[in-house]
Ligand binder design. Structure first.
Ligand SMILES: [Zn+2]
Length: 538
């Protein structure tokens, strides 16, 4: 087998020599062409005008870079009307005009840029014996990858954050071909509507329940059918139940206190010494209470939640929690610590009483016995022993461990947990028994989730009427918001399309955005997303 058999079939080019030096293979090719067409006037010419040399990089071979050194011909254009006097012979079978790489090498580089980005892609390219700079790699990607022109019919639209809570962009995905169609720099109504105006083929659009998108789609694609995403509807329903639980926080605390009392009666602990002074605790509570009062006062004066957050110096979400709670939300006690150290407490106590108070030594000793967790856990455990002694501290830890407290969010997830612990099994029925409001809201939300899961559109209207008649304000607000977008909600039950793919593309987008340390432009992110989705499809 000859060396030339390894090379691609190149008409009009004859191999002259092969040199190998310093991990480089240099293949010299000489043209045998005698006639060619002028690229401007397409007149054929045999009149030679000289020779030129062109250097073209190809894919590497056995870890060595491969370069073609092509000696090719220059011809004179014989058409007197043509503005071009001479032209170079066509070498497009090897590389396109003005390109320094074969199409296969360019394709590999742009794939690396799409998957790994500029810097990481350049490192990988060097490892693959195709050294190039990160800027060249990104140029390759931007030139090579273009959004395929298509007539999408089913489109998913969603927003993504450039900067969370400040600036958002829009992503559009073809749900039939699983391709990213466009990345828009913002999510203004007019920008999104303009995109839809340029794509009149769109028949179905899936989206979350953002009013911006529904307005934009109505303006840009009035013919399109709107489908609200079922996952977002699930989350909205859960959010509604969470607001009910936040309002009923007093009941949650009462149930926890009752369970704690019952536990204390069953297993009376020795009187624990307080670890944080009561005075400090009440001072902190007073500070929180003053801030709560200020928030409520500003709210009654008509201040917006954002303005209140800025004025009082709280997070906007905390302000929302304060205002939704209806009364001062007490802080839950710290949850029980990890159980990893539990089996070693008795040994630690014995060593402590033998006057071994060095945390690191104690840690080394229990680690030798198989203790799986870290040093910090040991330090945190023995810290109160220094002031209160091990016996009193352990008694207190025992009380804390068996007295869990649940926030509204934790309670929400407990209500739907498939395999609750024994403790949670006691807590959940007690909550539903103690608060009629929670029990009724829970029943309505469970039914709504069932309707969504079974996609039972006939049950939606009766459910909405019943929920409105329930007199639970949070539920009433939830149904009112559903009614604002009723057609899309109904379509969510009638059609199988969902936002799943769009959310997946948004996740990939977030990875790419962070790989570029937030410096990637909208065009580059779009090229990477399109390039990557093409690669994953093949
Ligand atoms: Zn010409």
């Amino acid at each position: 087998m000859a060396w030339t058999d390894l090379l691609p079939q190149l008409p009009y080019l004859q191999m002259d020599s092969i040199h190998q030096k310093d991990q480089q293979v240099l293949i010299t090719l000489v043209s045998t062409r005698e006639i060619d067409q002028c690229p401007t006037c397409h007149t054929c010419s045999q009149a030679g005008h000289g020779w030129f040399t062109r250097c073209i990089h190809s894919l590497p071979c056995s870890g060595q870079t491969v370069t073609f050194l092509v000696h090719a011909r220059r011809f004179r254009c014989l058409n007197p009307a043509c503005p071009r006097k001479s032209f170079r012979e066509d070498l497009s079978m090897l590389a396109l005009r003005y390109q320094r790489r074969t199409p296969a090498a360019t394709c590999l580089l742009s794939s690396l840029a799409a998957i790994a980005g500029g810097q990481a892609g350049a490192c990988l390219a060097r490892q693959l014996s195709l050294p190039t700079s990160r800027s060249t790699l990104l140029r390759c990607l931007l030139r090579q990858v273009v959004v395929p022109s298509s007539n999408p019919q089913v489109v998913g639209v969603d927003d993504f954050a450039w900067t969370k809570r400040r600036r958002y962009g829009t992503i559009l995905v073809d749900l039939q071909t699983h391709r990213v169609l466009a990345l828009l720099a913002d999510c203004e109504v007019e920008t999104v509507a303009a995109w839809f105006r340029h794509h009149p083929s769109v028949q179905i659009v899936t989206r979350d329940r953002s009013l911006t998108f529904s307005d934009a789609i109505r303006r840009g694609a009035p013919q399109a059918l709107h489908i609200a995403d079922r996952f977002h509807l699930h989350m909205n329903a859960m959010g509604c139940l969470e607001t009910v639980l936040t309002r009923e926080q007093v009941t949650l605390h009462r149930v926890v206190a009752t369970l704690r009392d019952e536990h204390r009666k069953a297993y009376p602990p020795p009187e624990p010494a307080p670890l944080v002074s009561e005075q400090q605790r009440s001072m902190r509570r007073a500070r929180r209470y003053a801030r709560y009062e200020q928030v409520v006062q500003l709210h009654t004066q008509g201040w917006s939640q954002r303005a209140i957050a800025q004025e009082v110096g709280l997070h906007p979400q905390t302000v929302a929690i304060y205002l939704n709670a209806g009364q001062f939300p007490e802080r839950a006690p710290h949850p029980a610590r990890s159980h990893a150290i539990q089996p070693y407490l008795e040994y630690l106590r014995q060593r402590w009483e033998q006057a071994e108070h060095n945390g690191r030594l104690l840690f080394e000793e229990i680690r030798a016995q198989g203790y799986p967790a870290g040093l910090t856990e040991v330090y945190v455990t023995i810290q109160p022993w220094r002031t209160h002694g091990p016996t009193a501290s352990l008694a207190r830890a025992n009380v804390v461990e068996h007295s869990p407290s649940y926030s509204p969010k934790q309670t929400l997830w407990l209500l739907f947990k498939e395999k609750p612990t024994a403790e949670e099994q006691r807590f959940v029925p007690r909550i539903l028994e103690q608060s009629q409001v929670i029990a009724r809201a829970y029943k309505y939300i469970c039914r709504f989730r069932q309707i969504l899961t079974e996609r039972d559109e006939t049950a939606l209207h009766p459910w909405a009427y019943e929920a409105e008649a329930s007199q639970i304000p949070e539920l009433l607000r939830f149904v009112q918001r559903l009614r604002l977008d009723w057609e899309a909600v109904e379509n969510a039950l009638l059609f199988a399309s969902s936002q799943g793919q769009v959310e997946g593309q948004v996740n990939r987008l977030k990875v790419f955005k962070r790989q570029g340390y937030g410096r990637a432009s909208c065009a580059l992110l779009q090229a990477r997303l399109v390039g990557a989705s093409e690669l994953y499809r093949t």
